[in-house]
Design a protein around this ligand. Sequence first.
Ligand SMILES: *Cc1c(COP(=O)(O)O)cnc(C)c1O
Length: 416
Amino acid sequence: MSNNGFFDNYGGKYVAEVLRRPLDELEIAFNQAMKDKSFLDELEIIRRDYIGRETPLYFAPTATKLLGGAQIYIKLEGLANTGAHKINNAIGQCLLAKRMGKKRIIAETGAGQHGLATAAACAKLGLDCTIYMGEVDVRRQQPNVAAMELYGAKVHPVTSGSRTLKDAVNEAMRDWAANPDTTHYVLGSALGPAPFPDIVREFQSVIGREVKKQAAERGIKIGAMVACVGGGSNSIGFFEPFINEKEPRLIGAEAGGIGPNVGENASRMTGNAARDGILQGYKSRFLLDEDGQALPTRSISAGLDYCGIGPQLASLGRSGRVEFTSILDKEALAAVEFFAKNEGILFALESAHAGAAAIKLAREIPSDQAIIINMSGRGDKDVFITSPVFRPSEWLAFLHSEIERLKSAKDIHEAE
Ligand SMILES: *Cc1c(COP(=O)(O)O)cnc(C)c1O
């Protein structure tokens, strides 16, 4: 839990005056809800019957044998309904909004994963849903836009600035400031102004609590836990019950992209251009230029491609409790192949950064101990990114034939 919104000197609430009241009201409502048995019971039932919790802790026998060190376990968070951990937070915050009497939900999304989870949660709970998404991202991420619309959400393309995630956040904040009484803003990762880092961690910590219980029941001695870090929600939720203990080692895998230079990665803790700063309402580690402007980032995994990291992780990185490592695109792709071929498990590209970090770490951890990888999501969603890499000419031929098929279908339609 933060100290008045701060994790050491990171965090805080650096927002315009108009956002102070909605943030304060949210904090009070959240603290009350977390003590309210009927709220917690309802959340528990939705987690069980809708999300599909608890998610399995899978022992990976072939990976363990091939890597020749620690026992490899995988927390299959990707089996959660909608395919990733983001639903844990989306459901929690939407239920909280309902308790606060708000009927309208807004959210920002970059790659569309958080928008998709929020749209699904709103459909499930009967809430009106608007998703802010940069116009560039809307064009790039059509499969997720289509899914959001299927769930009944309105996707609002943002045309300001670089027309990507950063601008979508600004637009969502503006909407919230104008409509605080009717609307709740579901922030998608463990960052942003207080109290969001505490709220998102709390709703994601169900992952870590399950791991702790599952490991204890099965007598698993955990040597290390590895998670990928975008904004930091799956990692902080996975680590949460272990943070105040000396063991196990907690390791965050950032996007190393294609190399160490500015614009080639999204390494906020391990990168050259990482520095302290204040952006979008909170103080943390960011990739910034000399004037404090956000630098371009790059990663093959859309979910890790962000210039900031949650303030609690920044603080835990500084104290050394959480270690950070940087994983290249090509290492993540190799990890996708490794776990698919050897375990029949398809990692999301984001989660494959954690998988790759575990592959490197395996021999450092004794064979009577476990490395637990958080597979934050499953890889079905990545077919448009992985197929052009793994089988480029076949994929191109497929896309061509799809275009031809749809064109002729359109001709038929127009002729009618
Ligand atoms: C969004 C996303 C991430 C990165 O976000 P965090 O807040 O750092 O967890 C990681 N994995 C998947 C599957 C995602 O969709």
